[in-house]
Design a protein around this ligand. Structure first.
Ligand SMILES: Nc1ncnc2c1ncn2[C@@H]1O[C@H](COP(=O)(O)OP(=O)(O)OP(=O)(O)O)[C@@H](O)[C@H]1O
Ligand SMILES: [Mg+2]
Length: 216
């Protein structure tokens, strides 16, 4: 049976695609076999592991990263043969064609959005790409996911309401702005391998996974 494919995409850069792809993949890997496809030609995920001084992703308790090179579909197909689930990190806007191709193959999509009006407007273009992808892939499930949320901030509260205007469902759980996510990248590991420092972030990743599970 084909693997379940989860993509992280937003044509807007810097909204947390790579951070969430890696940490969600690490969380899913506790439930079954997961392959991680780096569809971003900049290859940030490979650096993530290298920064931590780990020789292999497995050495850091991370899923194996497969660099997609110029052919994301071939990479997804290859990862699907070996794993139950595949998580795909998409590039920002310059490579819109890559995101399009990935969305035509994905079962589920999370679109991280930062609590800022500029990010929200930029994400509207991504929503249009989702609608196009659904012509070829009508079963694609997609959610907006508020990332770097600060619950005390008026902007974050206002964003919750404004996101609803983007014509895609907003995932029930949000991801807070936490040092653990930045430190995880510096240390070349996921928040699950950070012990106490990563505990709240790991719980948050588990809630996101629970929200999208059941829809597999
Ligand atoms: N929830 C969070 N809390 C704190 N920092 C975060 C969080 N999510 C992401 N970051 C930080 O924000 C920055 C951008 O994140 P990331 O690289 O994952 O975004 P991206 O969408 O993959 O960017 P690009 O479009 O350039 O590929 C990084 O420094 C990352 O550590
Ligand atoms: Mg990235």
């Amino acid at each position: 049976m084909a693997a379940w494919v989860l993509a992280l995409a937003n044509l807007k850069g810097g909204c947390g695609k790579t951070t969430l792809a890696l940490n969600l993949a690490a969380g899913l890997a506790r439930r079954g076999s997961v392959g991680l496809v780096d569809a971003d030609p900049q290859g940030a995920m490979g650096h993530w592991v290298a920064w931590g001084g780990q020789e292999t992703a497995e050495g850091a308790g991370l899923p194996r990263v497969l660099a997609a090179g110029t052919d994301p579909l071939a990479a997804i197909a290859r990862a699907s043969r070996h794993h139950d689930r595949v998580v795909v990190d998409c590039p920002p806007s310059l490579d819109m064609a890559v995101t399009r191709q990935v969305l035509e193959q994905a079962d589920a999509l999370l679109i991280p959005v930062l609590p800022s009006p500029l990010d929200l407007w930029a994400s509207a273009e991504t929503v249009a790409v989702v609608h196009q992808a659904r012509r070829a892939n009508p079963a694609l499930r997609a959610w907006l996911l508020l990332n770097q949320a600060e619950p005390g901030s008026a902007l974050t509260r206002a964003m919750g309401a404004t996101l609803a205007g983007l014509e895609l469902p907003v995932l029930g759980s949000v991801v807070r702005r936490r040092a653990a996510y930045r430190n995880a990248a510096l240390e070349g590991r996921s928040v699950y391998q950070m012990g106490f420092r990563g505990r709240e972030a790991a719980r948050e990743m588990d809630r996101v996974i629970a929200d999208i599970a059941g829809k597999e």
